[in-house]
Design a protein around this ligand. Structure first.
Ligand SMILES: C[S@@+](CC[C@H](N)C(=O)[O-])C[C@H]1O[C@@H](n2cnc3c(N)ncnc32)[C@H](O)[C@@H]1O
Length: 224
């Protein structure tokens, strides 16, 4: 492993707003943070918004700066990517943002039932072809997310992948889920607002290639 990566991993552990745990530490009782994010960490009653597969954290940080009344937590499995966002929190002294290094499928150990108001899934790996149940918008993952999302909570997906966007809309329709908003071509439709003004690392790459970026927001309370 590269020296820089090791330095970033070590620095992550010094940030008060960075969390990670081994599976054996949280598998039985969950993280001690579960159910306590607002009371013990953010110390306010703001909405709790979680970005899954946040990469370097541009969307988490962008939203946290824009909506100071809410609390934002970015989650990714790759600590070296999260480091960038965690470092920005420190440099800019942001009080309403944090990062967790975790597998998406373990998030029910990090959050209590109905603790989270919104989930953002930004430019997830599309998992093409037959790997459908690895998609973060598959019923398998959404059923896990339902454990900690409020019943009226919303899942937001931003993607460049036609296949993933169509798959997600079919999944919404097959499960009779409520669509809250849908924009098939964000940059061909909107000229301002957070949806087109906060851009992630991958989003900027896909935009430079001329790809269409799509968005759908939906509720998952009716999912079995
Ligand atoms: C294509 S990148 C997008 C990153 C960022 N959202 C962006 O738009 O720049 C997908 C990210 O999801 C993370 N990821 C993929 N599967 C994951 C999982 N099961 N749990 C947590 N993170 C995951 C990867 O490590 C990667 O950083």
């Amino acid at each position: 492993m590269g020296k820089k990566k090791l330095q970033h991993f070590a620095e992550n552990k010094t940030f008060q707003h960075y969390f990670e745990a081994s599976f054996s530490d949280i598998s039985e009782q969950g993280s001690p943070m579960a159910g306590r994010w607002n009371d013990s960490f953010f110390c306010n009653n703001g909405k709790l918004v979680v970005e899954i597969g946040c990469g370097k954290g541009e969307y988490t940080i962008g939203q946290a700066k824009r909506f100071l009344e809410n609390n934002y937590i970015g989650v990714d499995i790759k600590g070296a990517r999260i480091w960038r966002g965690a470092k920005t929190i420190q440099e800019e002294n942001l009080k309403n943002a944090a990062f967790i290094r975790s597998q998406a499928g373990l998030l029910h150990l990090w959050f209590a039932e109905s603790e989270v108001d919104e989930i953002w899934i930004t430019f997830p790996d599309p998992q093409p072809g037959s790997r459908k149940n690895k998609r973060l918008t598959s019923p398998r993952y959404l059923s896990m997310f339902k454990k900690f999302l409020k019943p009226e909570g919303v899942v937001h997906l931003k993607t460049d992948s036609r296949e993933l966007f169509e798959y997600t809309n079919e999944m919404i329709s097959e499960n009779n889920l409520q669509v809250v908003n849908r924009v098939d071509d964000i940059y061909g439709t909107l000229t301002d607002g957070p949806l087109c003004e906060i851009r992630t690392f991958y989003e900027n790459m896909w935009l430079a290639e001329g790809k269409v970026i799509s968005y759908v927001a939906f509720q998952i309370d009716k999912l079995n």
